[in-house]
Ligand binder design. Structure first.
Ligand code: SF4
Ligand code: SF4
Length: 486
């Protein structure tokens, strides 16, 4: 909050008289003073219709976020991004680095989804579902209100000299913040290394997990720094989404918006002043109480229009609706609306741009599902053993040595058999043509292929090997078989 909170009292004017400089807000950030120093925000505790719904949704999201690493589908985590072992699980489906095409399409689905969502609903994601906002506003901010009180009390506490009471409150807040950051950091770690590995990290001898424990500490410190100090700056300075949103919004995008036609010109509401009088004097419904500014977690004044810092959290809608109730004016001076809705009164509509984005998104989702459901259970790579040519056996046959790698993408062991598909001959894998690849593992072995010299078509013969499991062909791989000149 930049200025004092509004006064809502019986006989005092509601709101403050203010000379408006329409350009001033463009010249500096709401969270920086004229010298560029950071202005600490003390957003007032929000309440109201939208805040209640946001709170309910956030508990659901927080529940999913913390339970995510522990939920299993077909024995696989709901979501795992194991960068270290290059193993990924999405909705219980295991993906390997070899699934790059699926990953690329998944990324395209993600970005196309963001584009269409932003075009239709602005930054609703940021204020309602982004983990950073959800944790900041629904966990850390609430803990802060609990320990230090609402906006005015926090401001007074920070301005007060150091006493035992202040020291106690500050120490308690930062201990609680660090504890909560530790839980968040551990959860992130569980998404990277898996919940089983996290438990081992927590319960085993620490000397065996120096690297893991270092990351655990770093993540905890990182989240503590974000939630205790960095806060809204993460959305303003770090997150790229706010920066490119202006390229995606148009006049039909639904946003948290101030109805300037109805609100301007803003002026305090004096005792006994009626809204008919105000209208006659050219005054609008905005009583300049600044309640909308007081609750804003990014410190902006939504009456200046769409701004990069606005995360569409809707706190200002609730604050303004409360004021409108008090002055007996219709709610919705600040509301979810498009520019066209405010300027021309048109309803939200499905634009050609949204249609195009939706068609692209539908196509990408179909492609993604096709790739996932037609994906082979194994991925086989067959390479000639480095530096080897061919050997002639005592019986006059020609042998080539290969290295075969088989990735098992399922969560059950797969017995594998290699068979020559296009030419008669023998395939020997460590003495037999069968071997088993353990669940979600990669198996590597040497393979000897033995052919009759009469079957060769030249110094290099095209070879096709079928990868079978229990008699069923899983995939076919090709390679070259080298032999002597005829
Ligand atoms: S302007 Fe309103 S919707 Fe935007 S961040 Fe501030 S309070 Fe939230
Ligand atoms: S928009 Fe609403 S909450 Fe904001 S200053 Fe005007 S009347 Fe007050």
């Amino acid at each position: 909050m930049i200025e004092d909170k509004p006064t809502v009292a019986g006989h005092e004017p509601l709101g403050v008289a203010q000379e408006i400089n329409w350009e001033d807000y463009r010249d500096h950030l709401a969270t920086a003073d004229k010298d560029g120093r950071r202005r600490w925000l003390y957003p007032k505790k929000p309440s109201g219709f939208w805040y209640r719904h946001r709170t309910r949704l956030s508990w659901l999201l927080i529940g999913i976020m913390f339970a995510g690493p522990w939920i299993r589908i077909n024995g696989n985590p709901l979501l795992l991004v194991n960068i270290i072992e290059r193993r990924f699980s999405i909705l219980g489906q295991i993906f390997w680095p070899q699934d790059t095409v699926i990953f690329a399409v998944a990324m395209l689905v993600f970005f196309a989804g963001i584009m269409i969502f932003t075009t239709a609903f602005g930054r609703l994601w940021c204020g309602w579902t982004c983990p950073q906002t959800v944790m900041m506003e629904m966990v850390f901010r609430k803990l802060e209100y609990l320990i230090e009180g609402d906006s005015a009390e926090q401001r007074a506490l920070d301005a007060a000299p150091w006493t035992t009471g202040k020291l106690f409150k500050k120490a308690l807040k930062h201990i609680v913040f660090f504890g909560a950051s530790f839980i968040v950091g551990n959860t992130l770690l569980a998404y990277i290394i898996g919940s089983d590995q996290l438990l081992r990290l927590q319960l085993d001898d620490p000397r065996h997990h120096v690297a893991g424990l270092t990351f655990m500490t770093l993540f905890s410190l990182l989240f503590y720094a974000i939630f205790a100090h960095f806060r809204e700056q993460a959305c303003t300075f770090i997150c790229p989404y706010g920066r490119f949103q202006s390229a995606l919004l148009d006049e039909n995008t639904l946003l948290v918006a101030y109805d300037n036609k109805r609100g301007e010109s803003r002026a305090p509401l004096h005792h006994n002043e009626t809204f008919d009088h105000r209208k006659a004097e050219g005054k609008g419904d905005c009583v300049n109480c600044r309640a909308c500014v007081a609750v804003c977690p990014t410190g902006i004044d939504i009456r200046n229009g769409v701004q990069m810092e606005c995360v569409n959290c809707t706190a200002c809608i609730d604050a303004c609706d409360t004021i409108m109730d008090k002055v007996s004016r219709p709610r919705g001076l600040i509301r979810f609306a498009s520019l066209n809705n405010i300027v021309h009164g048109t309803k939200q509509r499905f634009t050609p741009r949204m249609g195009l984005y939706s068609a692209v998104l539908a196509g990408l989702i179909s492609l993604f599902l096709y790739l996932v459901f037609t994906r082979c259970d194994v991925e086989t790579t067959l390479l000639r053993a480095p530096g080897s040519l061919f050997q002639v056996t005592a019986g006059g046959k020609i042998e080539n040595l290969y290295t075969v790698k088989v990735v098992n993408k399922t969560m059950h062991d797969i017995p594998v058999e290699l068979r020559l598909e296009n030419i008669p001959g023998k395939v020997l894998v460590m003495g037999s043509s069968h071997f088993t690849v353990s669940a979600a593992k990669l198996a590597q072995t040497s393979v000897l292929v033995e052919l009759d010299p009469l079957a060769l078509t030249g110094t290099s013969t095209q070879l096709k090997l079928g990868v079978y499991s229990q008699g069923k062909l899983l995939e076919t791989v090709s390679t070259a078989f080298v032999g002597p000149r005829k």
